[in-house]
Design a protein around this ligand. Structure first.
Ligand SMILES: Nc1ncnc2c1ncn2[C@@H]1O[C@H](COP(=O)(O)OP(=O)(O)OP(=O)(O)O)[C@@H](O)[C@H]1O
Ligand SMILES: [Mg+2]
Length: 314
């Protein structure tokens, strides 16, 4: 193993065994996944329900064991039996899990103090206060975790993942069930961590947010990686740009392979994202003095995502 990437997955396989009495076959949740994260990037791990995202994160964080292959954090094998390796790895990452874990008996502040101790930090008051204030939880610090609302519990999980200032942050659906205002606050915070050099793995079903945040995305379906690439390049190569042109008055019917609809006052074109608009206008020989409005709709990550899933299923 040569890579010291924040995350390196090497032909990772995970099969969940049949549960006793369950007639269903064993579940092949992760099938031969290889993936290397770049230092300091925000990498989106995107896929439909049941694609294997949480399973990968669970293997990386030792909540599940792999069936074969390897998973490495900053070059350390997460399944090493060496306790010294584990002691090092646990301080390198922070996990915001998809499932909300209950710490019912303790207060927010107490749990964050315990977790700091778990990471070997004795006096972490400043960091805890900073995180609680940033995540608008300071006023709730003395509440028992069980008394928090769903959205507050998520914010608490984010504080918990960051008490030890990890270099790698694993965010598994961090904004599920979180209101729009808080989502924006969270993303601002994530961008700040990114700017400070933290590597961030993000799973989310909010593809608009992934499009804005992720430097690269890996699309996974039924346990297999379908595509990995820079977000913008994937969108460009897999989607088309729509151009809507409004007209003062009717023009004659245009002949263009890119024209998908023409009414007397509206023209709609679909172009490869790489085509320049000047070429469209010159090839259609449109009388531009009749144009009253011009709107361009760029392709989205959601379109690229659906295209990739369709390819695999066709
Ligand atoms: N503990 C488990 N025992 C058996 N099967 C499991 C277990 N956990 C997950 N699975 C199965 O493994 C597959 C992958 O599940 P996983 O939770 O990794 O998907 P996901 O991509 O995180 O989905 P979601 O977007 O819904 O969170 C699914 O078919 C799921 O039913
Ligand atoms: Mg999941």
């Amino acid at each position: 193993m040569s890579s010291s990437a924040p995350i390196y997955l090497q032909n990772l396989v995970k099969t969940y065994k049949k549960i006793k009495g369950d007639k269903a076959d064993a579940v092949l949740a992760v099938q031969d996944v290889s993936l290397e994260m770049k230092p300091g990037e925000i990498l989106g791990l995107l896929g439909p329900n049941g694609a294997g995202k949480t399973t990968i994160i669970s293997i990386l964080t030792s909540l599940e064991s792999s069936s074969s292959g390897g998973a490495f954090i900053f070059g350390h094998n997460v399944e090493s039996n060496d306790r010294a390796v584990w002691a090092q790895v646990k301080n390198l990452y922070g996990l915001v899990p998809q499932e909300i874990v209950n710490h019912g008996f303790f207060t927010v502040y107490e749990v964050l103090t315990f977790i700091s101790g778990y990471h070997g930090i004795k006096n972490n008051r400043e960091r805890i206060e900073y995180l609680l204030r940033r995540l608008a939880l300071w006023d709730h610090k003395d509440k028992k975790v069980a008394q928090l609302s769903g959205g507050m519990k998520r914010r608490f999980l984010i504080a918990k993942a960051l008490v030890h200032s990890p270099q790698l942050l694993l965010l598994d659906e961090p904004t599920a069930g979180v209101d729009i205002e808080l989502r924006n606050t969270l993303w601002t915070f994530v961008k700040e961590l990114h700017a400070q050099g933290t590597s961030i793995l993000l799973t989310t079903h909010y593809l608009e947010e992934a499009e804005q945040l992720c430097d690269r995305v890996a699309i996974i379906d039924k346990g297999k990686i379908k595509r990995v690439g820079p977000t913008k390049e994937l969108i460009k190569s897999l989607t088309q740009r729509r151009v809507h042109i409004s007209l003062k008055s009717a023009v004659e019917v245009l002949q263009s392979p890119y024209l998908i609809s023409q009414t007397p006052t509206d023209l709609i074109f679909k172009l490869p994202s790489t085509m320049v608009l000047g070429d469209l206008l010159s090839t259609t020989k449109l009388d531009t003095s009749k144009v009253t409005d011009f709107k361009i709709y760029e392709g989205t990550l959601q379109e690229a995502f659906l295209h990739i899933l369709d390819e695999g299923r066709a």
